[in-house]
Design a protein around this ligand. Structure first.
Ligand SMILES: [Zn+2]
Ligand SMILES: [Zn+2]
Length: 848
């Protein structure tokens, strides 16, 4: 071996292997492959410009698993694409005068090159770009299907508006207690606009069912809370005003209705104007105007003092038949339940504070069985052991029984019914921006909004538009785009100028990967049946109630329209953590703590960067960047380089087929023991084999569990064991060669280049990435076995593998029973057996 060959320099081989893999289409997923399919997907990125270290982190984990699954014999599809519509492209156009399409294209081109430099096994032949008309015509087609199914509709609605981005936001895009824009952090304001919605609420109940998917608990919890299902009853309270219908309230506690001493309406409630008495009108109108200016979160804030105004009217409690005053208060929201609640101050903290402040009656109607009601606040516990008091015919009934009993009584009287309410609202998808999928609707003066016929798709975005942010879509000033004809009367019509939320694009891209070049339909049903659902999906947890919920909604809706035949898009989900800057803060240009992966790869090579990222900590937790440890990881790969070449040229071992006879020398008379084999007996090649087989088991398990950091630790241990074995002169042993091959195969998913290079240098067949995953020998893996050398007359002849604590007599019996020992004893009884517990057994033969 030459000096040059010994030197570890990834720059000499990494790019070459990537070119060869690409030229050979090594990672192309074949639709017709008869093996079991495995669809592994990482969230496609927004083409923001440069691949940052976070992209590397997010992609390396699933790439490792994809590569292992491939070696394990699955037909793996691991595609990549770009979520390429969205605001940043449009902002770049405003700020720098470059067209969003050009900006996007340049970024994608750069990111493709950078992604390729990672050595991921992406199947680029399936690339999907959501701003490509060949893609978005099908996004438009999907909109039409939703429209026809009654799942897309238009309505005037108060919407959240980002004054900086000049755009409407979905509820899911408004973040935090101070309600800021998810993208720019600007506090949002309310506006009333005609908007398009998808009817996500129709699937609220089914979206709460996670029984068919393996998703992280925090994501399931966030979706559950977001959907916010509450069971209870709706109850009608008659009002004392001519021509005003009873007011329907929603309550989760119908068992407390006898304690309802007032009613509170949302200031926006439709009945407020009709019910307000003349003498209260000025005060009520002022309060309503103030409430409308506030955000929901301001109104819902826990620490805020509850304010309200009596409107000068009364309702009748249907159970007590008492007159109760009607108030308006901003803590009641128009969108939740019916926008009206019954005030039960004895059993609700908020109502209690309100009653205290405005001196409204407080009446306790529930108490602990056999106990006393605390009279200094609301009595809240809601347990089995509560009974009703002061509740007419229901007095003495267990509260749990009173819930359905009172609901039933109200239903019989026609004054209420059991009801469920949800926090989730329909998905607002209209965006008043240019760089998105145009909504395929035209407006006719006579026929109103009309869906375009499918053969008129795609509605193409015009290139020549003016990007000044005006609060309306730039498309509104584009005469040619605006002009359309009504599909009903063929008369002149105006085209819809809003574009779709980019989360519509990403709610189905994983379907498109199954047949990305399909021109006549959104997807080929056979290909979708072949690949879907996605077996394992990875991405950021920040998409919990956005992309991840929208995608589930899409699949369920398309299933009900008979376009698909499964219920969930992503069978398993894993979320990566975040790589922080060295200062433990989120990486950002403004902090100057962004790490550029290109600099690192040119210094250390891609494998080192991949391994280092996986070594930072548990993949689902991320951690701060510590550039000093990247050199340690680089040195580790250097050690792999060294130990792997120490046994170059040795005959190939077949991993998973342990060479059972490699341990001991041949007994006398059968040709004699080769010197290196005898040495192997004495130098613990069993220990090396044990280390290799344990690594097979543990690294495989760690990869499957996304525990890449511990997997790497085990690969380091195996490398160290090889280093020690080499020092002991074992480099020529079969066990050494097997352990090196094993190390390379296990390392291949994490460090695909060096493993391929060393595999090739060892004369193994191309490609290491097409080799079967090694199998471990369970006996070797059993960790509680110890190994004892067995000597005959001071010379190593065999090894015993026994459980710790095996009795000395049993060990001596096993040693004497060994065929190899018997070959030397030649039927004679031993003169002496020396047994040094835990160290060795020496059998002394009788003299000749
Ligand atoms: Zn914003
Ligand atoms: Zn018309």
């Amino acid at each position: 071996m030459t000096e040059r060959a010994e030197r570890f320099d990834p720059r000499t081989y990494e790019a070459g292997w990537r070119e060869r893999w690409a030229a050979d289409d090594l990672y192309r997923a074949d639709d017709d492959d008869p093996r079991d399919k495995h669809y592994l997907l990482t969230m496609y990125p927004y083409p923001s410009g440069d691949l940052h270290i976070g992209h590397w982190y997010a992609a390396t984990g699933p790439d490792i698993v994809a590569r292992m699954r491939r070696m394990q014999g699955l037909n793996v599809m691991f595609p990549m694409g770009f979520d390429s519509f969205g605001l940043p492209a449009e902002n770049a156009a405003i700020d720098h005068g470059v067209h969003p399409a050009e900006w996007t294209e340049q970024n994608i081109e750069r990111m493709r090159v950078q992604f390729r430099s990672m050595g991921c096994m992406f199947d680029w032949s399936r690339e999907v770009v959501s701003s490509d008309p060949a893609y978005y015509r099908w996004t438009q087609w999907l909109f039409l299907q939703f429209f026809k199914a009654g799942l897309a509709y238009r309505a005037m609605a108060p919407v959240d508006w980002c004054p900086k981005d000049q755009v409407v936001l979905a509820r899911e895009q408004v973040e935090g207690a101070n309600r800021v824009c998810w993208r720019c952090g600007t506090p949002v304001i309310k506006r009333d606009l005609e908007q398009w919605f998808f009817r996500t609420t129709r699937y609220a109940d089914e979206l709460l069912d996670f029984s068919k998917i393996d998703w992280p608990e925090p994501i399931r919890l966030m979706q559950t809370n977001w959907i916010g299902r509450s069971e209870g009853a709706e109850v009608d309270f008659a009002v004392e005003a001519d021509g005003v219908a009873p007011i329907r309230v929603f309550t989760t506690r119908p068992d407390t209705i006898f304690g309802a001493t007032f009613m509170v309406l949302a200031p926006e409630h439709a009945a407020v104007a009709a019910l307000t008495s003349d003498e209260r009108r000025n005060e009520v109108e002022a309060y309503v105007a103030a409430a409308r200016r506030e955000t929901e979160i301001e109104r819902m804030g826990a620490e805020r003092e509850r304010s309200g105004v009596f409107i000068g009217a009364h309702a009748v409690n249907p159970m007590t038949e008492e007159r109760i005053p009607i108030w308006i208060a901003d803590y009641v929201l128009p969108g939740y339940g019916t926008g009206a609640v019954m005030g039960v101050p004895a059993h609700d903290d908020r109502d209690y504070a309100f009653a205290q402040r405005y001196e409204l009656p407080i009446r306790y109607v529930i108490m602990p069985r056999g106990g006393e009601v605390p009279r200094d606040g609301a009595f809240l516990p809601h347990t089995e052991d509560e009974v009703l008091i002061d509740s007419g015919d229901f007095t003495g009934m267990a509260a749990a029984d009173a819930m359905p009993a009172i609901t039933e009584e109200l239903a019989e009287r026609g004054q209420g019914e059991a009801a469920v309410t949800y926090r989730i609202r329909d998905w607002l998808i209209s965006r008043q921006r240019y760089w998105g999928t145009p909504i395929p609707i035209v407006y006719c003066d006579e026929h109103g909004p009309q869906p375009l016929p499918e053969d008129q798709l795609p509605v193409l975005l015009p290139r020549d538009v003016d990007f000044a942010p005006t609060g309306v879509s730039p498309l509104q000033s584009h005469a040619e785009f605006l002009a359309a004809s009504c599909p009903v009367c063929a008369g002149p019509a105006r085209r819809e100028t809003d574009t779709m939320d980019t989360f519509v694009d990403s709610a189905w891209y994983f379907l498109r990967y199954c047949s990305p070049r399909e021109e006549t339909q959104a997807w080929d049903p056979v290909a979708v049946m072949r690949w879907m659902p996605v077996d394992l999906y990875t991405g950021g947890a920040e998409h919990a109630v956005l992309h991840l919920m929208y995608s589930r909604f899409f699949i369920k809706a398309l299933r009900d329209m008979h376009h698909l035949d499964f219920d969930e898009p992503f069978t398993a989900l894993r979320n990566q953590g975040q790589i922080l800057g060295a200062d433990h803060h989120r990486m950002s240009k403004s902090r100057g703590n962004v790490v550029n992966p290109d600099d690192l790869t040119s210094r250390f090579g891609s494998d080192t960067v991949r391994c280092f990222l996986m070594f930072i900590g548990p993949w689902d937790q991320g951690g701060p960047w510590n550039p000093s440890s990247i050199e340690g990881v680089h040195r580790f790969l250097g050690r792999v380089w060294g130990v792997a070449q120490a046994s170059g040229g040795h005959p190939r071992m077949v991993p998973g087929m342990p060479p059972a006879q490699s341990l001991a020398g041949e007994p006398p008379g059968s040709g004699g023991a080769a010197p290196d084999t005898v040495a192997a007996i004495g130098d613990g090649s069993r220990g090396l084999r044990q280390a290799a087989h344990r690594a097979i088991k543990e690294v495989g398990e760690d990869y499957a569990e996304f525990h890449f950091n511990t997997a790497l630790s085990k690969l380091m241990e195996l490398t160290n064991a090889l280093g020690a074995a080499r020092e002991d002169g074992l480099a020529g042993a079969d066990a050494y060669a097997e352990a090196v091959d094993t190390l390379l195969l296990l390392l291949a998913p994490m460090a695909p280049h060096i493993s391929e290079e060393l595999w090739s240098r060892r004369g193994r067949p191309y490609s290491i990435h097409q080799q079967p995953w090694p199998e471990f020998d369970p006996v070797l893996v059993a960790s509680d076995m110890i190994e004892l050398p067995v000597q005959v007359d001071g010379k190593l002849r065999d090894r015993l593998v026994v459980a710790p604590g095996t009795a000395a007599e049993e060990i001596e019996r096993l040693a004497l029973a060994s065929e190899r020992v018997q070959a030397y004893l030649k039927g004679r009884a031993p003169q002496k057996v020396v047994h040094i517990a835990g160290r060795l057994v020496n059998i002394v033969t009788p003299g000749e």
